[in-house]
Design a protein around this ligand. Structure first.
Ligand code: NI
Length: 396
């Protein structure tokens, strides 16, 4: 790429107003997982206007490719997730969600805007591109049970990528800062359902029933000792029951109970144990309470691991764009991220988007979530600087 770091920063800054307008458009028109039909169409229209070849992928996703006269066949993937959450926006920043019940509360609207802005600058410099760049607009990141990456990873266009990079805006990290580090950064994230089968009857005659609520409570209590008594203290793990549904009124003992929960860890061996442990507890409680308890365990996202080499390039690019003192370290998080499902070596940057002017910073998934839009050009600049540096590395 003929552009140097200074030019990259200038071109990204020059796009600030357009990036803000794009982000606000997608913020006002959010769509939930697997419903991103309008979002997909808008992305394709924008790419078409820049003359960038693109195809639909994975129902509501889009994949675009930029290859110029000097581009090698090495393909660098850049991924943005595009879906919103089932949340009603509670504040009105002037570009409030026009769909009550749906909100870009994780900031994926910024990811779309940043990748489209990157595409526009890349298209203007197409013939200087050192590598082939593939832009991956991925649907349904938030839908753990059947997430977009699980399907998109198998698209041949994605499988051609030698590396894939991504970024995630962070509402609690101040604008101007960024985090990137190699190794595990986000936990494996699984879910489970527990079905308790009892025998319902009159509330006045528990002796003639098999009470599924008593069994569910015993199961809940027993599960609390799995992490504290069976897992090494140095291995991070969460086993949480987050829903308990049973019964409808005060004088009837119900037939069934349904519990739901989530398991999180960074240790693959533990992850294999979780369903076995849960079913073991279920069988024991079932015997003790005369109920039948079934555990359906759903493997969600694996541990998100930033590859060392991919991260090394990204760290140099981050130091150039944010300043070395603004590239911070963070503790790994117990949250999950379906970017982990892509097979290629990969790395994800956390882009600071927290307000620095005294406005309150809300966490991701809050109905008040918003970000400092000055972070948008920084995201574009980091992607561009990454491409430049990756191209240089490959020349050697
Ligand atoms: Ni997200």
């Amino acid at each position: 790429m003929i552009m140097d770091t200074k030019e990259i920063k200038e071109e990204a800054r020059g796009l600030a107003a357009e990036l803000t307008a794009l982000r606000r458009y997608f913020h006002a028109h959010p769509e939930q997982s697997w419903q991103e039909v309008h979002t997909q169409q808008k992305i394709r229209e924008y790419l078409d206007r820049q003359g960038i070849p693109n195809v639909p992928s994975t129902k509501t996703g889009v994949i675009a490719t930029l290859k110029g006269k000097k581009s090698s066949d090495t393909v660098l993937g850049i991924r943005a997730d595009i879906d919103a959450l089932p949340i009603t926006e509670e504040s009105d920043p002037g570009y409030k969600s026009q769909c009550p019940g749906t909100m870009h509360a994780c900031g994926h609207d910024t990811h779309i805007a940043i990748l489209l802005g990157t595409a526009k600058i890349l298209a203007a410099h197409r013939d200087e591109l050192p590598v082939t760049v593939r832009l991956i607009f991925q649907p349904a990141e938030e839908y753990i049970a059947d997430s977009g990456a699980f399907h998109m990873k198998d698209d041949p266009l994605v499988q051609e990528c030698s590396r894939i990079i991504a970024l995630h805006i962070q509402g609690e990290v101040p604008y101007g800062q960024a985090n990137l580090q190699s190794g595990p950064i986000m936990a494996a994230s699984d879910t489970f359902d527990v079905y308790v089968q009892g025998q319902g009857g009159h509330g006045a005659h528990p002796e003639k029933t098999i009470d599924p609520i008593a069994a569910g409570v015993a199961f809940y209590n027993s599960v609390q000792t799995l992490v504290s008594r069976e897992i090494r203290a140095l291995d991070a793990a969460v086993i949480g029951i987050t829903a308990f549904q049973s019964g409808t009124t005060s004088n009837v003992i119900p037939d069934t109970a349904h519990l739901m929960g989530t398991c999180r860890t960074f240790t693959p061996a533990l992850r294999e144990q979780f369903p076995v442990q849960l079913q073991r507890v279920a069988d024991g409680i079932g015997t003790a309470t005369r109920t039948k308890i079934r555990v359906d365990y759903h493997f969600g996202t694996p541990v998100m691991v930033n590859d060392e080499a991919v991260t090394a390039t990204g760290l140099e690019a981050a130091a150039a764009i944010f300043g070395r003192e603004n590239v911070i370290t963070q503790e790994p998080r117990m949250g999950g991220e379906d970017f982990a499902k892509y097979a290629a070596p990969k790395a994800m940057l956390c882009l600071g988007g927290g307000f620095v002017d005294g406005r309150q910073r809300y966490p991701q998934h809050s109905p008040y979530f918003d970000i400092d839009e000055r972070a948008l050009p920084l995201g574009v600049a980091w992607f561009l600087e990454y491409i430049r540096r990756y191209g240089k590395e490959l020349e050697k």
